[in-house]
Design a protein around this ligand. Structure first.
Ligand SMILES: CC(C)(COP(=O)(O)OP(=O)(O)OC[C@H]1O[C@@H](n2cnc3c(N)ncnc32)[C@H](O)[C@@H]1OP(=O)(O)O)[C@@H](O)C(=O)NCCC(=O)NCCS
Length: 149
């Protein structure tokens, strides 16, 4: 955005993508080791931003990049997932709400992860159970399970 004096156009994003790939670097925020679809967390952030701050310049840039990058990455045969991961939008959310010190982004990430770990540690001690990897399920799944009694 500094280089273009604001949000780049789709054509400019294409240029940046190919300059980046040709220089041997990756496109940050795109691709995932496991997912083969647009990360649902990215979609949630995109919907949230569209609802609450559609005109934020950085958020707008995230949208433009999303319009362009998957189509370009699909042209690179070895890339198995050309779609955005959560990191393609999370920074624009933090920035919008005033957290502009980039070195803290990893800290925020670590804090949110440790909430899960510590909750699990409490359960492990209470139940004297071994450490497990909990299954990740949707709220819909839990409601369904409870209503079936
Ligand atoms: C997340 C990531 C590491 C997954 O890599 P992976 O498990 O190797 O995924 P794939 O099997 O699709 O990758 C196959 C090839 O495509 C490349 N590739 C994947 N995503 C890419 C991207 N966004 N830009 C450029 N190249 C990419 C990989 O580097 C790999 O190349 P290599 O065989 O020369 O090493 C990779 O997509 C990436 O580096 N993304 C950008 C960085 C990023 O967003 N990281 C945060 C993830 S939460």
């Amino acid at each position: 955005m500094e280089k273009y004096g604001g949000s780049p156009t789709e054509e400019q994003v294409k240029e940046i993508v190919w300059d980046t790939l040709n220089s041997g670097k990756v496109i940050p925020g795109y691709g995932h080791a496991v997912l083969r679809i647009t990360d649902p967390r990215f979609e949630a952030f995109l919907n949230f931003g569209s609802m609450h701050f559609p005109d934020d310049p950085i958020f707008k840039t995230v949208r433009i990049i999303f319009e362009v990058v998957p189509g370009e990455l699909k042209k690179v045969e070895k890339i198995k997932n050309p779609y955005p991961n959560v990191d393609a939008a999370s920074g624009s959310m933090l920035y919008h709400y005033g957290l502009k010190e980039f070195s803290y982004y990893t800290v925020v990430f670590a804090v949110s992860r440790s909430l899960g770990l510590t909750a699990q540690a409490v359960v492990n001690r209470a139940m004297l159970s071994p450490i497990i990897r909990p299954k990740s399920v949707t709220t819909h799944f839990v409601k369904d399970l409870v209503s079936k009694g």
